[in-house]
Design a protein around this ligand. Sequence first.
Ligand code: SI3
Length: 289
Amino acid sequence: MKGLFSALLVPFDEEGNIKEQGLREIVRQNIDVQQVDGLYVNGSSGENFMLTTEQKKAVFKIASEENNGDVKLIAQVGSINLDEAIELGKYATELGYDSLSAVTPFYYKFTFDEIKNYYNAITEATGNNMIIYAIPALTGVSVSMDQFDELFQNEKIIGVKYTDANFFMLERLRKKYPNKLIYSGFDEMLIYGVVSGVDGAIGSTFNINGKRAKQIMELCHAGKVAEAYEVQHVTNDLIEKVLDLGLYQTLKEVLNVKGIDAGICKKPMHSFDSGKKGEVKQLVTDFDL
Ligand code: SI3
């Protein structure tokens, strides 16, 4: 379960339907071209929180069929509807997903006890392993060190996808929990995560820039941090531009330019600004995507 996991993009048509063939092409692009070690399915990058339960199941099924055992699979099943999270967790477990992951429940100000019960309920009902998806900037939920201590008492909770820039806490977690899996979540800060000893990374931009991300990890592991930093600089020149043009819209547009049917984003997210298509073509050339 170590290494680089692409947070899988999901292509939609104008009506918000999943484009199955395009999704299969994105899975293959990640495995065959970006050479990632795994896929993180139905995360933020999959626009998961805007999908129906049936659509989420369809994404799990198509991704696992197309993967066909090639790389490791993590199923993000988190939902503030706990029944849905459990239903999805059971479904992904039956499909053979290597681990579940669930975002911390959001919107309502859930108490820590409620959050802990949510994770314990999912692991108990599914019997599968769980990776906590901590992304305080989007959920407003910050998990403290003491709370991680409590959550990690559940042996089925095998790690955390740590999408935060608190590197002091990351260092503390790494030292205290050498046997839990820690995944870095911000692609633009990958090098700091790797130097802090993460086991892997999960990110959206790996769908188009996985090879460079892998280089950053490998160079750091070989002790060549200065060289890794040069690759991070190039990566961040790319990410800065992608964020400026619109994150998921631009990642999809890059794939579209490469001949992969990545469709468009699901409403209410807007589609890529067609007046800027030339800028994306330039990105593909400039960054050799
Ligand atoms: O699907 C997912 O859950 C993710 O891709 C999470 C991941 O941490 C990404 N975060 C979000 C909110 O998309 C990052 O990869 C992020 O897109 C990237 O670092 C650019 O900011």
